[in-house]
Design a protein around this ligand. Structure first.
Ligand SMILES: Cc1cc2nc3c(=O)[nH]c(=O)nc-3n(C[C@H](O)[C@H](O)[C@H](O)COP(=O)(O)O)c2cc1C
Length: 242
């Protein structure tokens, strides 16, 4: 099983310290192969807002030479860990720029069936909001199970409270990784999918049109969708289509 870490700090500091502690907890999962990508080394230019990834397809991103291999690694991983320090009450610019380059996933969620952990660290505040923000983004990308680990790293070392939280959240993460089942899609995920499915013929949205032609059903894996969600999803699709 592959686990890909996207490390969003420009250094190996507090966030990396927490990450290393989490990795220690995951070490005894059988055949878990962990790879760490440090975004600072990837030199991804700032998103220029061209809309190409959303409208024409992610293969048309002007920064595809930086992004393609990273997206391939994400696609190949069953387990993801996203990490970020808190800067000015939010995730780092490094991580935000990376996420902006994944914006096509809001229209065409492709990270289905993965399990994720989000780690954020702060000196005082913003760690919970930042972790929740990253969790929400990953859910928009199609992931149904995202554990958060927000840490207020106030002193030069982790205190007992922090160590207990790392233990608790790593334990939860470990158990969802070891459980072969994938949690069902949420109501919001099914509705959003059908919103974009219904909009697929909108002017200029050629990537969505192609995608939803190939995925013209209420959700990727219909067996993983609650019966009531299916009814609402199809209804939303029909109304929007009209
Ligand atoms: C540019 C910058 C902005 C920061 N903004 C905040 C902030 O808004 N709130 C806060 O509590 N800590 C803030 N911090 C502190 C970091 O979030 C904290 O030290 C974090 O653990 C650093 O992680 P790292 O060692 O992995 O880089 C900031 C640090 C930097 C460098």
């Amino acid at each position: 099983m592959r686990c890909l870490v996207i490390h969003g700090s420009p250094r190996r500091g507090n966030t990396y310290d927490v990450l290393e502690k989490v990795i220690l907890k995951l070490k005894d999962i059988e055949n878990l192969d962990i790879e760490i990508i440090e975004l600072r080394k990837e030199n991804i230019p700032l998103c220029i807002g061209c809309f190409n990834c959303i409208l024409k397809g992610e293969d048309r991103c002007p920064h595809r030479n930086n992004m393609e291999s990273l997206i391939k690694k994400i696609n190949e991983a069953e387990v993801l860990i996203f990490t970020s320090p808190v800067y000015s009450m939010q995730i780092s610019g490094l991580m935000k720029n990376f996420i902006d380059h994944l914006s096509f996933n809001f229209h065409r969620p492709k990270f289905i069936g993965k399990k994720a952990l989000v780690i954020t660290t702060t000196a005082g505040a913003g760690h919970k909001n930042s972790a929740n923000y990253l969790r929400d983004v990953l859910k928009y990308h199609g992931i149904t199970e995202v554990i958060t680990l927000p840490i207020a790293y106030r002193a030069s070392t982790l205190n007992d409270k922090n160590l207990k939280l790392i233990d608790k959240q790593s334990g939860k993460f470990k158990s969802i990784i070891e459980n072969k089942n994938i949690k069902n899609a949420s109501f919001k995920q099914v509705m959003l999918y059908n919103f974009w499915r219904g909009m697929d013929k909108s002017e200029g949205m050629e990537a969505d049109e192609k995608f939803y032609l190939e995925n013209n059903r209420v959700y990727y894996d219909e067996s993983k969708v609650n019966f009531i969600y299916k009814i609402f999803g199809n209804l939303a699709y029909k109304i929007i289509k009209k």
